[in-house]
Design a protein. Structure first.
Lengths: 232, 363
């Protein structure tokens, strides 16, 4: 029990005094996961919108693939990204294994199906006739898609949050493709694993509190969105 | 005769291999109000979608001002000259003002030019006070008014209305029908409305088209459709009312005397003498008698007529009378036997002043 209390006390000191190492790790995490979420947002929203608005053979199969992808195990993603980026792997010439870029790639692969799946659902939840109403107001195709995305902006924001929440808390892929190199590819989750392994519970708890705080903020925003009234 | 604004030729619409609309021709005149009536699932909405170019028919031609709508550019141009209002308001998640402005914004009209138009139509639909309110916080009636204002603000030449009042409660509906009628007349907008409610159609229409299984089986003025239904289906759907045109002769404080086909008919209402009116009388409000002494009721109107036809409707009989105008009455089997009514017999039709329902004035 003393261990926990001492750890929490030390953690607060580390956070409030803006310990350079903790701060560095936090900022790197935000940068890596933020970039991965942004990339997955572009791919996911456009794919989700296209799949939601069009009918084509094999659409059902594609939707089931996307839904499966939403639960992609990070360790599996980490394994395949490692194999591809391995020195004599297909993309080995890029020499980016054990770099932040490799983590961004792995996290993008994890976040994209999540963002795509939620965007798809968000676009499909809009009233059936809304698309016709927008066209009837004289919109061309691009104007229509833009208005639809704006109408689904809140659920789309939820997609962003879910994607970000998924990758910021992910540890398996980050440690496999990033290597947890101090000051270079060490992020919140990989550092927590390492520090707790070493018995440095104060730092581990400090990092965990920051992670929990991020998770709380994300869920707060998501709840706000979910509890809003539906437009008529 | 007005000029034709919209014309359909040989339209066929298929869905899942089944033909759901088959329409050899339909012309809509500028400024008229045409209602498409018929039971649900008969293709009214589908036809409106085809007319507004939101659905491509398997074959057929759509002509606007005599020019055919073909390629993509002409479709968008056409859609910017017409408007569509659905049963659901389908508002955007923004303020009422921005909703009403959205059609104009899509057309690339600048904010400076948009604002006065938006304000004008908010005013016309009585929702100026809601301008800055979020569309999520509107009642059903307010939302549908916003949807209509959004459509009218683009100043369309033709407006398509797909069951626009169906989800509103009766008082809200009444108010909105009156306002819509006024605004359509003020703006001289041509309108096509799909509805399954014949009373809405009667209130607003110059012409009514009755649809069944994707076909228009009768089209004409409300009087033609109601008084001379083309077949049993139309008759049962429109509920057979007698529709009469007349002029107000006198106004005696709440009671008016109408001149209908040379007969003086008393009715209830407040209209100036000389006003043309269309009124209807429901067949169950008419009683028949052999002699005028048989009345024994408070009926204010007694008209003599000759029986044109007697038809069994199951529990009662439908009697068609020629009184100089057409009158339809329902009587029970017992009454029919008691009165010994036969075709070509002369009878007296009795009905109260309150049974004469004024649908609208004709100017």
């Amino acid at each position: 029990m003393d261990l926990i209390l001492a750890g929490i006390k030390q953690a607060f000191i580390l956070i409030t005094t803006l310990d350079p190492e903790v701060l560095g790790i936090t900022l790197l995490s935000l940068k890596i996961s933020g970039t991965a979420t942004l990339i997955s947002l572009f791919i996911g929203v456009s794919t989700g919108t296209v799949v939601a608005l069009t009918r084509f053979p094999g659409r059902r199969f594609l939707v089931s693939l996307i839904n499966t992808g939403m639960g992609l195990p990070p360790v599996v993603v980490g394994l395949f990204v490692t194999i591809f980026l391995w020195r004599n792997g297909p993309l080995g010439f890029l020499e980016i294994l054990y770099t932040p870029t490799a983590i961004i790639i792995a996290q993008t692969i994890i976040a994209t199906p999540i963002v795509t799946g939620i965007s798809l659902a968000a676009m499909q939840q809009l009233p059936q006739n809304l698309r016709l109403q927008i066209l009837a107001l004289g919109a061309n195709r691009i104007q229509m898609i833009w208005i639809l995305i704006r109408e689904a902006k809140l659920p789309l924001l939820a997609a962003v949050m879910a994607g970000f929440g998924g990758v910021i808390s992910e540890v398996g892929a980050s440690i496999m493709v990033g290597g947890n190199i101090k000051g270079y590819s060490r992020v919140l989750t990989t550092a927590t694993v390492m520090e707790s392994g070493r018995g440095n519970f104060d730092i581990a708890i400090a990092l965990s509190i920051i992670l929990l705080l991020l998770a709380y903020i994300i869920n707060l925003v998501l709840t706000q969105i979910q509890q809003r009234e539906r437009p008529r | 005769m007005n000029r034709v604004i919209l014309e359909l030729r040989d339209i066929q619409i298929k869905r899942g291999g089944m033909q759901i609309i088959d329409l050899p021709s339909l012309s809509i005149e500028a400024g008229e109000f045409l209602s498409l009536i018929g039971p649900n699932g008969t293709g009214k909405s589908t036809l409106l979608l085809a007319l507004s170019c939101l659905l491509k028919p398997a074959r057929g031609h759509l002509l606007f001002h005599g020019r055919e709508i073909r390629n993509n550019q002409s479709v968008i141009d056409y859609r910017r000259h017409v408007a569509m209002v659905f049963q659901e308001p389908l508002l955007f998640d923004t303020t009422v003002f921005d909703n009403v402005a959205s059609g104009l914004k899509i057309r690339g009209i600048t904010q400076k030019e948009r604002s006065p138009l938006v304000e004008e139509y908010l005013e016309r639909f009585g929702i100026s006070h809601l301008a800055q309110r979020s569309a999520r916080k509107l009642s059903g009636g307010e939302a549908q008014r916003t949807s209509l204002a959004r459509a009218f603000a683009t100043r369309p030449e033709v407006i398509f209305l797909d069951e626009p009042f169906s989800s509103l409660d009766p008082p809200t509906k009444e108010g909105l029908i009156n306002d819509l009628d006024r605004i359509l007349k003020e703006t001289k907008t041509t309108a096509l409305m799909a509805t399954h409610d014949q009373s809405e159609a009667l209130r607003l229409s110059e012409r009514i088209a009755v649809m069944k299984e994707g076909k228009i089986i009768q089209i004409g003025t409300p009087a033609q459709v109601m008084n001379h239904p083309a077949d049993e289906f139309v008759a049962s759907f429109v509920g057979v009312e007698t529709i009469l045109n007349g002029t107000v002769k006198e106004n005696r404080e709440g009671t008016i005397v109408l001149d209908i086909g040379g007969h003086a008919i008393e009715a209830v209402g407040e209209f100036r003498p000389g006003t043309g009116v269309t009124c209807c009388i429901r067949p169950e409000h008419i009683t028949l008698a052999r002699f005028s002494t048989d009345t024994g009721s408070s009926a204010r109107n007694a008209v003599t007529g000759k029986i044109g036809a007697i038809r069994s409707m199951g529990l009662f009989y439908k009697i068609q009378l020629d009184c100089g105008f057409d009158l339809v009455a329902y009587i029970t089997r017992t009454s029919l036997e008691e009165l010994c009514l036969k075709k070509d017999d002369e009878v007296i039709a009795l009905f109260k002043a309150t049974a004469v329902h004024i649908i609208r004035t004709t100017g």
